[in-house]
Write a protein of this length. Structure first.
Length: 487
């Protein structure tokens, strides 16, 4: 073989060569015989035996031999090496004349396995990607079908505050014109403006940072819509907000009918109960002539009647607050003084249980703008519960402070906290703690109206109330009130 050609071939460890004569007999072979031990490693025999892939290509071989100007290639030849690995070869046939006068053909075998494996890998990746895309499309289809079949209105808003998904009920509830597809990639603010519901359109729900969930109700005639605004977060990264709208018109109508019935019944009960209470007071005039058992029975009847009257009045007050029929007599109120008065009323029970009392009531705090009677009852309920549920020797702490973080109507407010070291509130009760007639499992539980009254009274002032509690670690109730304007 030509020494220069042999040197070039031998430098590449992935090339082998075969030189053959006009009768297709092998004259010489060499090159990467260690790598291409797949049929190109012998120097004797016929070319067709050595490379059976040429069978059927005799005319092409003869043409290359005779006219010495028609090279051709077998583009892909698969061979299995002794170690079991598969090699992919290209076989180039070239007219050749070298130092041996018999030489007419040069066959160069090039191992292109890496290229073949890369192509195979790309093919596999492409197939896997297609399967993944198909699975994603199927999941997207199922999700879309679920969203479209939901009776609730659903909007998914991206971090750019544009609507990504919206279904037909949402279009209907918010009075948005057009079809769901008409609102894709449009600003959520534009969509919500059709509803005329200010609570839904709050900027804080659609900022790019992760905001906490929001919940509320608003009237969008002819419906009452309960809305839930949830952050969508994956691996700590916010993806957007999910707004769920539910038509609760019928539920609220039933609740109103129930509340009206309760209000009527309770209102009608108050008059006979008041008459019974007055009669029992009248009987106490002759109690000195009663036997001990008669006096005990009279006192029991009197206590029971007073308890029923308190319950009736509590239900009526809650009903009036819910309906907005309870007028508020706003005044400048010193919360520190009001807390001291309530604690003084609880002093005998605090002393009996040997509770440690702590308070933080700065004298320079601005006054609250509140109804002193209602807020006094709120404090009585919260402090009374804390005293009731704190074990002997426990801690009761009351604080009042100005809070710039919990703002009302964009202005700083006053924050009142009542903290105890009691057993805490069971987790299953915490979510519905301020609902009516919700009581815990303890024997000391009340009617279930006290905290509902507190919530309604605080909200009537434009504030909010919430609880923080852990089992066996006590409970903290907090509520906010607006600060009275100067002057």
């Amino acid at each position: 073989m030509d020494p220069v050609l042999a040197e070039l071939i031998l430098k590449d460890r992935k090339i082998a060569y075969v030189v053959a004569d006009g009768d297709l007999n092998v004259l010489e072979s060499g090159g990467a015989v260690d790598i291409l031990r797949v049929g190109l490693s012998g120097s004797d025999g016929a070319l067709l035996d050595l490379i059976p892939e040429f069978v059927g290509s005799e005319k092409d071989l003869a043409s290359a031999t005779l006219d010495r100007s028609t090279p051709f290639q077998l583009a892909r030849v698969n061979r299995v090496a002794p170690d079991g690995s598969t090699h992919y070869l290209t076989l180039d046939v070239l007219p050749y004349s070298g130092y041996d006068s018999r030489a007419t053909l040069l066959v160069i075998g090039t191992d292109v396995s890496e290229q073949g494996q890369y192509a195979q890998m790309l093919t596999q990746q492409r197939n896997e990607s297609q399967l993944l895309l198909r699975a994603i499309d199927e999941e997207r289809g199922r999700l879309r079908a679920l969203i479209e079949s939901s009776r609730d209105g659903i909007l998914f808003v991206g971090m750019d505050s544009e609507v990504l998904i919206v279904n037909a009920p949402a279009i209907e509830f918010l009075h948005m014109p057009g079809k769901p597809q008409d609102w894709t990639r449009r600003p959520i603010r534009e969509a919500l403006n059709w509803s005329q519901c200010q609570a839904l359109a709050k900027d804080r729900f659609f900022r790019q940072e992760i905001e906490p969930p929001g919940e509320g109700e608003c009237g969008i005639p002819p419906r009452i819509i309960h809305w839930l605004n949830l952050p969508v977060v994956v691996d700590g990264a916010p993806l957007g907000r999910l707004l769920i709208l539910r038509d609760v018109t019928d539920e609220r109508a039933l609740e109103k009918m129930r509340d009206d019935l309760i209000h009527t019944m309770v209102h009608d009960l108050r008059n006979p109960l008041t008459a019974i209470s007055l009669s029992l007071q009248f009987l106490e005039i002759w109690a000195a002539d009663f036997t001990p058992d008669q006096r005990t029975a009279l006192q029991g009847a009197r206590n029971g009647t007073e308890g029923m009257l308190q319950l009736v009045n509590g239900i009526l007050d809650v009903s009036r607050l819910e309906s907005g029929r309870m007028p508020l007599e706003h005044a400048r109120v010193s919360l520190g003084t009001l807390v001291v008065d309530v604690l003084r009323g609880q002093a005998p029970l605090i002393a009996e249980k040997d509770l440690r009392l702590e308070s933080d009531l700065p004298p320079d705090l601005p006054p609250a703008w509140a109804d002193v009677g209602l807020i006094g009852r709120v404090l009585q309920n919260l402090i009374g519960n804390a005293v009731k549920f704190t074990p002997p020797g426990g801690l009761l702490k009351v604080t009042v402070s100005q809070n710039d973080e919990e703002q009302e109507a964009g202005a700083p407010c006053l924050l009142v906290s009542v903290i105890d070291s009691g057993p805490g509130i069971p987790s299953e009760l915490q979510a519905k703690l301020f609902q009516k007639f919700i009581t815990g499992p303890r024997e000391e539980r009340g009617s279930g109206l006290g905290l509902a009254f507190c919530r309604l009274a605080v909200e009537a002032h434009g504030g909010r109330i919430w609880a923080e509690s852990s089992p066996e670690e006590g409970t903290a109730f907090h509520f906010t009130l607006p600060i009275a304007k100067a002057g």
